[in-house]
Design a protein around this ligand. Structure first.
Ligand code: HEM
Length: 495
């Protein structure tokens, strides 16, 4: 028996080696970026990349220049630095969603089309961003009551050990309102499903890609299995979402039939989905509707929670900014009642501080794109064939001394003040929301939401880190994850 197993294992390894060697040999174009030298087949640069990605990429850049390829977890990734990365963002021959699907297979988990992100982008643009003014008061109230219920008064200092979970519970409420509307927004089952699904998808970003050493497909299947058989069974979740939204949708369709053009439809994602051409209003596809609602939760919640956590870690550890930021909040948001977007855009110090916190999260290499055209041609002559993966060397952009001065690691909360460079502006030197054709379509909503929440927190609490320092974030596979150090919340004593 043991012999058979050993033979099978050896056979499997040989097949894997053949596959990988073949794959490397098949990279055909003549002028491809240099592949960084490595000693061991299969392993390639995986060890160096995981041990200290920052040091490894810096060394590669010094030896190979602006663009080079590395071999990590069984796949070749071309890393592009600050001079050429915008060519990736602007190219029609690459796709962020195709590469992202391999790491977080949302389409396959939810049974959506592989290019689901383009429609998710439309929903984000047309509902979250374009209708932001309509959601402003509701979002503010929802965040305010969330903070009061979940964090509370904190008459005695309260140590929040799982800040991420607390922020998720707060942020999931306003997002649920925009997804499903006023009549369902208080449904705790829906709020919890959206929140947990988004969090479970986020956790996939931390899964080591070791199975990719055998084949990327096996790695992807292992991720999908978690949602078929694990704690967060997608079939069950989707059934509950459908059970909740179905009566609401039936009622809306009844109203529409009864009142025709005189019916004033609510503004939310459900209604946007129902209004799409081709939707069968006699027999709506509830799996499709619930699938898109769930897909939007990932894009809209976990990203916002991570960015807010980074903001709070910086705020809590930099007391020199507290009085100034508080003064600004008291000026532009005296009664915790935001009634127009202009009030938020006037919070320029808060905006600058937030942007600096997001610049310095520590991301090293992320935003992998897949070449989906016949090739990707760079202005320096290098070419990448269809199917190649290209990663953006974010550290090279966000910590660049030519753009950010001699000490780019230094946190300068007012770096952007008076520079007409708000957080929402994507540019070659600020890629937290990507850039170009697929730059995050929900960023304006997200930034307003983070600023509204920060405003409430700054005014209500004195917030400190336990260590009194800014704890460093963790880097896994080039991606930064906020440090889980607890924060201490204490009712602020009014002067
Ligand atoms: C602080 C919070 C957020 C961060 C840091 C963030 C970041 C990003 C990044 C880096 C991209 C890829 C951009 C690129 O390829 O150039 C992206 C895409 C996307 N984001 Fe966001 N995002 C946030 C909030 C949101 C929100 C609130 C929504 C929805 C309401 C949203 C919806 C999307 C969608 C649909 C895409 C895909 C766009 C496309 O492929 O065309 N995001 N986001």
């Amino acid at each position: 028996m043991n012999n058979i197993l050993n033979t099978l294992a050896v056979g499997f390894c040989i097949l894997a080696i053949f596959y990988i060697v073949n794959k490397l040999r098949n990279r055909k174009l003549v002028n491809e970026p240099p592949l960084v030298y490595y000693k061991y087949p299969i392993i390639g640069h995986t060890w160096d990349y995981c041990a200290d990605v920052d040091k490894f990429l810096l060394k590669c850049k010094q030896e190979y220049g602006e663009i080079f390829s590395i071999y990590v977890y069984g796949s070749v990734i071309t890393v592009v630095g600050k001079e050429l990365c915008y060519e990736v963002f602007n190219s029609r021959d690459v796709s962020f969603s195709a590469a992202f699907e391999e790491k977080v297979p949302v389409a396959r988990i939810l049974g959506l089309p592989l290019d689901y992100m383009s429609f998710a982008a439309e929903i984000s643009k047309n509902v979250f961003t374009a209708q932001m003014h309509l959601f402003l008061e509701k979002t503010q109230q929802s965040l305010y009551s969330g903070v009061n219920e979940i964090i509370g008064e904190c008459d005695e200092p309260k140590i929040i050990h799982d800040l991420r979970q607390v922020l998720f519970s707060i942020v999931s409420r306003p997002v649920t309102t925009i997804l499903v509307g006023d009549s369902l927004c208080h449904d705790n089952d829906l709020i919890n499903i959206f929140m947990n699904f988004s969090n479970e998808l986020y956790k996939l970003l931390k899964v080591p890609e070791s199975l990719g050493l055998i084949h990327p497909w096996i790695f992807q299947q292992s991720l999908i299995m978690r949602f078929r058989f694990g704690r967060c069974k997608i079939k069950k979740l989707q059934e509950i979402v459908i059970e909740k939204i179905k009566p609401e949708i039936e009622e809306r369709l009844r109203q529409e039939r009864k009142f025709g053009n005189n019916w004033k439809p609510p503004v939310d994602c459900i209604q946007y989905l129902l209004s799409q051409p081709g939707v069968d209003k006699e027999n709506p596809d509830y799996v499709w509707i619930s699938g898109y609602l769930l897909a939007i939760t990932f894009a809209s919640m976990s990203t916002t929670v991570s960015s807010t956590t980074n903001f709070l870690l910086d705020f809590a550890s930099r007391p020199e900014y507290w009085d100034d930021l508080l003064e600004e909040q008291e000026k532009f948001n005296p009664n915790d009642k935001l009634t127009d977007l202009d009030q938020i855009s006037k919070m320029e110090k808060l905006d600058s501080f937030l942007k600096e916190a997001l610049r310095l999260t520590g991301n090293v290499c992320n935003l992998i794109h897949r070449v989906t055209g016949s090739e990707l041609k760079f202005s320096n002559g290098y070419q990448l064939p269809r199917g190649s993966n290209v990663g953006i060397y974010l550290k090279n952009v966000h910590y660049d001394d030519e753009r950010y001065g001699p000490d780019p690691n230094k946190f300068d909360g007012y770096r952007y003040l008076g520079k007409e460079s708000p957080t929402s502006k994507v540019s070659r030197d600020f890629l937290h929301f990507g850039m170009g054709r697929h730059a995050c379509p929900g960023r304006i909503f997200a930034i307003n939401e983070i600023k509204m929440l920060s405003s409430i927190l700054i005014k209500k609490y004195k917030i400190t880190t336990k260590s009194k320092k800014r704890p460093s974030n963790f880097i896994i596979s080039g991606v930064s994850f906020p440090n889980p150090e607890p924060l201490i919340f204490e009712k602020r004593v009014k002067a």
